[in-house]
Ligand binder design. Sequence first.
Ligand code: HEC
Length: 182
Amino acid sequence: MQPKHRWSIVTRMDSHDANRIGAAFLLTALAMAGSVWAGHLAIPVAIPLRPAFTLPQTPDGSASLSVADALAHADPKAGQALAARSCTTCHSFTKGAPPTVGPNLFGVAGTPVADIPGYSFSPALSAHRSELWTDEALSAWLESPARFAPGTRMAFPGLSDIRDRAAIIAYLHTLSDGGHQP
Ligand code: HEC
């Protein structure tokens, strides 16, 4: 009979078999503990100090700054210094000065795009002539001239920090007949 037969297997088990089964259980338990331990080594439970990825913005949050916010804190004198370093190779900022590589930028803020008399603009920038050089447009242009007007002749990579652009725009605001020269 079946049940009797199974019983006989168990009852025939000697102490040797019992030891082997015990050892097998022990080894299984050890192997499981070992793999849990190895898993913890490989993938620590602790929260990492640095996030696995960061949002594309500068650590101080300047990427979330609007042009108006950035302008409210912009220093035209810092903009003038930055323009002297980044723009005067191609632009003059003095009233009445002739164009050089690029047009004279005195009074450019608020005027129509690509509309300075005596300067021959590229078709790429002339395509924007119906727009005005608002603060937002100047910021977009100075961030990446090539993105604003693909094919532009302004060979300038752009200023990635909105605070640098705002400083230059604040400086451009001072360059008008009604403005104060810094
Ligand atoms: C390598 C030379 C070069 C540099 C550097 C340069 N520009 Fe220009 N810029 C040009 C040229 C060329 C144009 C005309 C672009 C065209 O016609 O496509 C231009 C056009 C402009 C215009 C448009 C003017 C208008 O009336 O539409 C503005 C504004 C301007 N530049 C601002 C700046 C500022 C601010 C800087 C410095 C941060 C700067 N540029 C740096 C060459 C330069």
